[in-house]
Design a protein around this ligand. Sequence first.
Ligand SMILES: [Zn+2]
Length: 240
Amino acid sequence: MEILAFIYFDPMYFVYVGPALLIAALAQWKVKSAYAHGNKYNASSGLTGAQTAQRILDAYGIGNVSIEAAKTFLGDHYDPKHKVLRLSPEVYQGRTLSSVGIAAHEVGHAIQDFKVYAPLAIRNGLVPMASIGTQFSFALIFAGIILSSWMDMPGARYIAVVGLGLFGATVVFQLINLPVEFNASSRAREILQQQGIVTAAEDKIVGKVLNAAAMTYVAATLTAILTMLYYASIVFGRRD
Ligand SMILES: [Zn+2]
């Protein structure tokens, strides 16, 4: 009946995934504090996030990307399908180093799209597979484990293996997402200085905001990898 412990409380889960959950919590805290710190200072150029984004798009001759105000807090993203840069109200209207830094990071994704940066193309290609993986992998893993252990159907273990494979798509997505995010941030910092939107001293503060944001992606990737290892240890290992 170890399956009961597995569903309700399994200390092994925390042995596997605990370190990643701690790093994720730390990253969240760092993002909040770096974002608040960057919000204390206005960029010396005096541009808003939206104006910064437009200035960079113009400098690169990217004319097919529009900038919209998104409704959600920290919901900033670039939509490669519709060629839209959506910026949260704080980033869209804000003139702070946090607003300008986040806006430039999102334009970094638009530039990646414009230049057909391979990791971004691969990441976008993986989106449907990864979202199916996240939706169905756990259902298949649980069904496989329950059928094979409880119902004494050893063959059902393969259902769990298929679930693990699907979850693998999520892990691959998270891994390929890392170079995409790091590259967008390094482009952003370089362009902001080139365009004279922030000074070298201001870049240090922008860097802290963007590095903290990158850490949340590292934590998400680690969580996905360790979660997969945890489920693999149950599916393939004998824990009775
Ligand atoms: Zn990004």
